[in-house]
Write a protein that binds this ligand. Structure first.
Ligand code: BGC
Length: 728
């Protein structure tokens, strides 16, 4: 009755849907059932290559002398595809499993058993249902033990085929006959595994179904082949795999979890009103490999072969944004086969949180004979490694972000079986940005006439709570486009020998800074009066380092209140203006230590300046803004300076003699000169654009490291966080 109703409904629906009934009533289908030349071969090849061999203890491929008994009605009533618009194709023909085995010729079939199924199936024709009410399975032939025993007497190997279908407008369900096996199917497994030593299970289903029972039967199942639904050539394709005409070379494109409940979407599927995608990006293997590797029965990318392969990475290189892997794949087994080389990336956790592994590229070899090998070249763009920031947590909302850190490139033949072959280190351009000023004097971020800004010089940095620090000159008072007190020149101030008075004056300068909007005053100037002709002697204090140091210390202590800061300059030996950017101060270490550095040592130890400005000139051949010895060894190492070091305005570009591949900003950052001021390459740069020199060697041998960039960022941020800019 039910069947009749379904038949009636099919007619009604097809009439309204596409008027096929009219065609059928008036003489059949329109046009000839044409077979596109070459198509069957391609479909057959795909049908075989897409099969996944999940387990095999050597029974497959079938021996030509072996007779097989096939159990399960799906051998005849095969599911070639799913239902609805995704499957409803008027096929010219279709080859079921039993026909495919017969067509193959290499496989001997227990025809007695096949006849039993044929008779039963023709008497119990499968009901095809109608739109949205399609069958999920066909009721299995109740199997009698004597039938199984008789088959076991006649044949060596049993094949059990289990079929499932799903379709448009209708889900699979967590019921027997859909996601789970039916009682009859379990009975069939029990009977067949009890009577045969060699049992092959074939799953004919477009969806993953519960496979937990494969663990229960364990070794009793010799081979498991997930054959999906192979279209009109299904039976031929599977027979090709069973007979070894085609060596299985498909790999799972889904994870088969141990239990349905293990899927992260498990509890959030099928609700009528809506479903919360609580797993977010952690779909499939992205979830299992990250959080629950033990819940996996068969991992993503997995699939066995009748042969074995060795996969080795022979070379990895990077060309611009492209990573290129050369992979050597050797067939180390005894049968020809194809292997799928898979490349995954393990990305740094960062702020966004990442899956343990993400597939980034793959390639499949041609058919490799035993002993033969192939070179596979796999490329991917590093943009593929990026994550999308939808919340703005990285400071770059609504954009794909490559978070800084190490990106491990993994090579293998499933998501589980991988080895690390390379590591790509990516800096977050914010580490680059923070190590230079905004780019111009008179920054729009501060009071007019300022000398430039540092710290939060981009919107993304400011979004993180890092303010822009405004710098202003100078030794004779605040140099901005507002009225400020003009102080006596430096030499006069020093000639007072009155440190208390100097401190009071500069305390008032600090009050003016608060009022005018300056966070850092580029003062005091404290180079030594080496020669009376030096154009900037008036800014400086003395030919003596002690008086220079003490007066400067008094000025610094006066300035540094309420988060305001001084910036003693120019460190060191800026004792003439002629060709000041290129001039080399050739000086003995003794003179350096006793005369030219001494005043700076005094201020560092007595006044704790928050900033120090390097000089324009070279000292004994090395520009001070590149001098590791000056800034890291002496200033920070020997004197214990913990503040921020900035360049004088625009530095000279050069490469390091010790590490010739690093130049410009990388050379500077390695020396721990924290900020290029005011940013940009020259005064004409007009903005603080990344000149590329800091990151050029990042991640390369002897190149600038993440640690070095983080070290200067820490120096800068420590200063900025205690500065008056935080309060503004
Ligand atoms: C001077 C520094 C000054 C900077 C900003 C440079 O030319 O040498 O002393 O602070 O400009 O105006």
């Amino acid at each position: 009755m039910n069947k009749l109703f379904n038949k009636f409904m099919r007619r009604v629906i097809s009439f309204f849907a596409n008027n096929d009934l009219a065609q059928e009533l008036t003489g059949g289908v329109s046009g000839e059932m044409m077979i596109t030349p070459g198509m069957p071969e391609l479909i057959r090849a795909a049908g075989a290559e897409g099969c996944i061999l999940l387990a095999n203890n050597g029974v497959l491929p079938l021996d030509a002398t072996t007779t097989v008994s096939v159990f399960g009605r799906v051998q005849r009533d095969y599911f070639y595809v799913g239902y609805g618009s995704g499957g409803d194709v008027r096929t010219p023909y279709q080859v079921n499993l039993i026909e495919g085995l017969r067509n193959n010729g290499k496989i001997k079939l227990n025809e007695d058993l096949a006849a039993i199924y044929e008779v039963w199936c023709s008497k119990n024709e499968a009901d095809q249902g109608f739109w949205g009410h399609w069958p999920r399975y066909y009721p299995e032939m109740p199997l009698k033990e004597e039938v199984v025993k008789a088959a076991a007497d006649r044949s060596d190997v049993a094949i059990i085929v289990i079929g499932r279908a799903a379709g448009e407008d209708r889900e699979n369900v967590l019921k027997k006959g859909s996601y789970y096996l039916t009682d009859n199917e379990i009975k069939m497994l029990d009977l067949v595994t009890a009577n045969f030593n060699k049992v092959i299970v074939i799953i004919n289903s477009g969806n993953i179904i519960d496979m937990a029972w494969t663990e229960k039967y364990g070794d009793k199942l010799s081979s498991i082949l997930f054959a999906w639904q192979g279209g009109m050539e299904s039976g031929n394709a599977i027979a090709d795999v069973l007979a070894g005409t085609v060596n299985p070379c498909g790999k799972l494109t889904d994870t088969i979890a141990r239990r349905y409940e293990d899927y992260p979407s498990g509890a959030f599927f099928g609700n009528k009103e809506g479903n919360n995608y609580v797993e977010d990006i952690f779909v499939g293997y992205r979830y299992f490999e990250t959080f629950a590797p033990n819940k996996v029965l068969y991992p993503f990318g997995f699939g066995l072969s009748y042969t074995t392969f060795k996969i080795a990475c022979s070379d990895v290189s990077r060309e611009k944004d492209e990573v290129i892997l050369k992979v050597h794949v050797a067939n180390t087994g005894n049968l020809p086969g194809k292997e799928i080389v898979q490349v995954y990336c393990s990305t740094p956790q960062g702020k966004l949180g990442k899956p343990a592994k993400v597939l980034v590229a793959f390639d499949k070899t041609e058919l490799l004979s035993p002993g033969k090998s192939a070179e596979v070249m796999i490329k991917f763009n590093i943009k593929q490694l990026a994550s999308y920031d939808d919340s703005g947590v990285t400071g770059k909302k609504s954009a794909y972000i490559l978070e800084p850190g190490n990106y491990e490139i993994l090579l293998g033949n499933s998501v589980r079986e991988t080895i690390k072959v390379w590591e790509l280190t990516i800096a977050l351009d914010e580490l680059e940005v923070i190590s230079r000023g905004e780019g111009v004097m008179n920054s729009s971020l501060g009071v007019r006439g300022n000398a430039g800004a540092l710290g939060g010089v981009t919107e993304s940095l400011r979004a993180k709570g890092i303010p822009a620090v405004i710098t202003t000159d100078g030794p004779a008072g605040i140099r901005v486009k507002k009225t400020c007190s003009l102080l006596p020149c430096g030499t006069l101030l020093a000639c007072t020998w009155n440190t208390k008075l100097i401190q009071d004056i500069f305390h008032k300068v600090g009050e003016e800074m608060l009022d005018k909007g300056s966070d850092m005053i580029l003062s005091p100037g404290m180079n030594i009066h080496r020669n009376p002709l030096c154009g900037r002697n008036f800014e400086y204090y003395s030919e003596d380092p002690l008086i220079s140091g003490k007066i400067a210390a008094a000025a610094i202590i006066g300035i540094q209140h309420d988060g305001l800061s001084a910036c003693p300059k120019h460190f060191a030996c800026n004792n003439q203006e002629t060709n000041r950017n290129y001039n080399d101060s050739r000086v003995s270490e003794r003179a350096l230590r006793e005369i030219y550095l001494k005043g700076f040592e005094i201020v560092v130890k007595e006044a704790n300046p928050q900033n120090i400005m390097t000089s324009y000139n070279k000292i004994n051949g090395v520009w001070s803004h590149y001098s590791y010895e000056l800034v890291t060894s002496v200033l920070r190492g020997e004197w214990g300076y913990q503040g921020n070091v900035i360049t004088d305005w625009w530095m000279r570009y050069a490469s390091s003699p010790e590490f010739p591949q690093i130049e410009g900003n990388a050379y500077r950052v390695r020396a721990q000169v924290d900020v290029l001021m005011p940013g940009g390459r020259t005064a004409l740069s007009k903005n603080g654009k990344n000149d590329g020199t800091l990151l050029k060697t990042y991640g390369k041998k002897d190149g600038i490291t993440l640690g070095e960039m983080q070290r200067v960022a820490a120096n800068i941020l420590k200063y900025v966080m205690n500065s008056s800019a935080m309060d503004r």
